[in-house]
Write a protein that binds this ligand. Sequence first.
Ligand code: NAD
Length: 484
Amino acid sequence: MSLHLQHFIAGEATEASDGQRMNLVNPINEEIYASAAQGTAADVARAVAAAKAQLEGGAWSKLSGLQRGQLLHKLAALVERDTDLLADMDARAIGRSPMEPRMMDVPNAISHLRAAAGWANQMEGRTIPTAGYMGKPTLSYTVREPIGVVGAILPWNAPLMITSWKVAALLAAGCTVVIKPAEETPQSALHLARLAQEAGFPDGVINVVTGYGNSVGRALCEHPDVAKISFTGSPEAGRAIQRIAGEQFKRVTLELGGKSPQIVFDDAPFEDALFGCTLGLFVNQGQVCAAGSRILVQRSLAQRFAKALAEAAAGITVGDPSQPGVRMGPVAKKAQFERVNRYIQQGLDEGATLLAGGVSRPDKGWFVQPTIFADANNGMSIAREEIFGPVGTIISFDTEEEAIALANDSKYGLAATVWTTNLARAHRVAAGVKVGAVGVNCWSPLDANLPWGGIKDSGMGREGGLAGALAYTEEKTVTVLLAS
Ligand code: NAD
């Protein structure tokens, strides 16, 4: 029987105000496996009212940071208990092997919740010396107050993990939330909200409204009682959100796309670089914001590296990830399948050399072969646009300066990876690339303590670390005249 998912508002599962539903499709066999409430602006209004009530005199508003931290620890323990269930939910929704979310996404979500449990008790203000008031002494201090109701709008590629980044930080700050999961992946966010209820969070602190971006997402952005939108997704949607938020001076954090360079120098540790580039290209079918989809290789190494990368790509078996030996599932949805194939065709039309993969035409399921292009240049669409699929573009360079210039010749600025054994060069390149995160001979880890986010079209603001939690607060100044 197909799964029947509903909103979670003020602690209760409910249907959409107009009873409409939307279908969820399995990307492996294209069959409908579930349906979810198709939310409306009225549903959003109900959820925002519940979240606001908790901030304005509700039980949540009376909890200390220490108590919020205790609840976050309990939630982390429940997520850990349900690891397999949550991994299966996220995997099935996008046709991924459950092994990846079990090993990466769920543990990462748990670590963010645990780290945030500590931050909850660190929402500290400052005492600030001033010149006083009309010659009289004063005491000035600041307090950190929760920003208010947050609208969290999520993508489908790592649903639980990215939801947890936002939820952990905003709860630490004392905010409440209305979550809008991606239309393809509502299930793990709904389960997280139920786990929060089990942990003892008051009803209304975490609400989930399922549905589409142009209805539920838009209504969240437009609602005057939503103080901040925390968004992860495409630059196109980010731009639309920013426009609406700008009208109301709503706070925003935008975690957007990328076209991240992997810079491989001829003194790179070859096998490590090869493994790292393969991972950076193909994990989660390349549907990763920081996917290293532009591979810049020093000319003397380019041919050998391209050959090895193409062999690695060709060695990946694509299919139903539940079958033995299969290492790559389908891309998440039909639109994504068409988009990726369109870019592969464009790469061929623009004259890049196809070394592995190519345009895919499976009978059923949205399977794309891992694809490698070589002899490309940075002007080609496969080097400039975020494909968000298993496609790598190899471009050669001669000098360090050229590598940095190529890396920065992009509208994106999310992440970069540098492969070299020359320590001084590693630091020079790390300083030269204009991105939010650099990994040297490794991937920049998504650690709960590290800030994550981009510049340019990759977004604005940072998530992670204490600063990520403070971004859900406003700093208020209080000055007291000390003379009568
Ligand atoms: P998307 O922008 O299509 O959708 C993301 C979310 O926004 C969905 O919930 C969608 O319903 C909603 N939405 C769409 N249009 C909206 C609008 N006008 N107003 C309000 N909400 C709207 O993106 P996607 O296809 O789900 O995700 C892929 C994109 O996300 C890629 O560009 C990827 O790089 C990016 N991403 C970035 C990060 C990061 O940390 N920087 C992480 C994961 C994914």
